[in-house]
Design a protein around this ligand. Structure first.
Ligand SMILES: N[C@@H](Cc1ccccc1)C(=O)O
Length: 469
């Protein structure tokens, strides 16, 4: 069973018996690569023999091109002499840096002789005709000229391998071949006129890259799945937030440094808080706890949330009925100068558990469970401070080759906060920085790569599912 191109090549070989792959490609207008692959097939099928032959080829060098254009040094010398003898010193000046070469070759070719300081021409005019012809058509040149030009580095010698195809079995097949057998062909009996082409199961199919999820998005989704598996319900709130939920309800004083204009992104406008009772409670806890006059106008200012603990605050403000287990994953915003480890928007995973008798030890257990789920087997806790939790801890996780890395803040919500929303059970909360964690788990040197949109980079990124979760 032969393809159209195979038949074409065999027919051509039937005329010429033997031809090079290059020649066949040119004559039959078949791409050279195709001729190569077909020649292998034809050999396997026993139609042809292949032989690699070496060819010697001469190629013009840059020097060769220059001499062809500007003339040979010995030509220049004899032109300058113009049939009369001249002084070495003068000629050296006139001819410049090619002078030594010119003298050498002119002498070797018997064009001049030297007496004392004088150069005496032995011919009237000289043109390196044979050499120039040889540069143009090395295949027709005399061996001694080729040797001279090789020596003078105007030509270089190259050996080229060429594949020759030689016919050893005349084509016998006359039936055209087809790939598909249709019911019409079967019913009409026409199928007898054709040969069915075999499938080449070893041929490589064309490569089509499949679409896939951005690896960071995939990571976020895995975290979401993990939290759900641990029994948490996902909650959301918006990027634009009132300071009330981002700070005040979380017992962060209005003169707290994190609230200064350069530490979060302010948004023009004001929000509304319908829950008058809650406002009053928050005022009371602030004025009692922090000893200053609380201003509701500051609380109503808008900002881009700087922590997803704002979502936790909104859950609290909805006065939920315990037991509660919720989490949120989302973007937060903080002004910073962007570099390999800092971005102005990044992701946090905040969680909240409200349950009768939920204690600090339970909280540490919950955190351990989450981090183990992400693939961080070893964690340790360090006392810390957050305005909204007491006691508070920072969670450090061990990453292979990096050591201990800070990953999360956590703590039991302060009684002031729980009192403001009338919750009598205890509550634990935490906030995990996702981007840095992902960067470390993926071994990225630059945090910005998490947001890479370069398709080539993303396509080649191997996501090691076992590295986390
Ligand atoms: N929101 C804190 C983390 C945190 C959340 C909840 C409890 C304690 C700490 C931060 O961004 O650093």
């Amino acid at each position: 069973m032969l393809s159209e191109n195979e038949i074409k090549i065999l027919e051509y070989l039937a005329k010429v018996k033997e031809a090079s792959a290059e020649n066949i490609s040119k004559q039959l207008n078949i791409p050279l690569d195709t001729v190569f692959s077909i020649s292998r097939l034809l050999k396997e099928k026993g139609y042809i023999e292949l032989e690699e032959k070496e060819h010697i080829k001469y190629e013009l060098t840059e020097e060769g091109k220059r001499r062809l254009n500007e003339g040979f040094p010995e030509e220049k010398l004899l032109n300058t002499l113009a049939g009369k003898e001249g002084k070495i010193k003068d000629l050296k000046e006139k001819i410049g840096k090619d002078f030594d070469i010119a003298i050498g070759w002119a002498k070797r070719k018997g064009l001049i002789k030297i007496e004392d300081d004088n150069i005496i021409p032995l011919v009237q005019v000289y043109e390196a005709k044979e050499e120039k012809e040889a540069l143009k058509k090395p295949e027709d040149a005399k061996e001694e000229i080729i040797q001279q030009l090789l020596y003078r580095k105007m030509l270089i010698k190259k050996t080229e391998k060429e594949l020759y195809l030689r016919l050893i079995k005349e084509t016998v097949e006359t039936k055209p071949s087809i790939t598909f057998l249709t019911s019409e062909l079967l019913v009409s009996g026409e199928w007898r006129k054709y040969t069915l082409r075999e499938y080449n199961v070893e041929a490589f199919p064309p490569f089509y890259s499949l679409g896939k999820k951005h690896f960071f998005k995939e990571f976020l989704e895995k975290l979401r799945d993990l939290m759900k598996e641990l029994g948490f319900k996902e909650v959301y709130s918006d990027y634009i937030e009132m300071e009330f939920y981002n700070f005040d309800l979380l017992f962060q004083a209005q003169d707290h440094p994190a609230r200064e204009i350069h530490d979060s992104f302010a948004i023009t406008g004001k929000g509304k808080i319908a829950d008058e009772k809650l406002i009053e409670k928050v005022r009371q806890i602030h004025e009692k706890g922090w000893k200053y006059t609380w201003d509701v106008n500051i609380a109503m200012r808008l900002m881009l949330r700087s922590q997803t603990t704002a979502t936790t605050a909104r859950v609290l403000a909805s006065r939920p009925k315990p037991p509660i287990k919720v989490f949120t994953i989302g973007k937060v915003f903080r002004p910073d100068s962007i570099d390999a480890t800092h971005l102005i928007e990044f992701h946090q995973l905040d969680g909240l558990v409200i349950e009768d008798g939920y204690n600090f030890r339970d909280l540490l257990g919950t955190l351990k469970e989450i981090f183990n789920g992400i693939g961080i087997k070893e964690i340790k806790f360090k006392p810390a401070y957050f305005p909204f939790t007491e006691p508070s801890v920072e969670v450090y996780g061990k990453i292979e080759g990096l050591g201990w890395v800070e990953m999360s803040g956590a703590g039991l919500l302060r009684p002031e906060i729980l009192e403001a929303v009338n919750i009598s059970s205890s509550a634990g909360a935490w906030g995990i920085g996702i981007d840095r964690l992902a960067m470390l788990l993926f071994g990225l040197k630059d945090i910005r790569l998490l947001y890479a949109s370069d398709v080539e980079y993303l396509r080649n990124r191997k996501v090691d599912i076992n590295a986390y979760y």
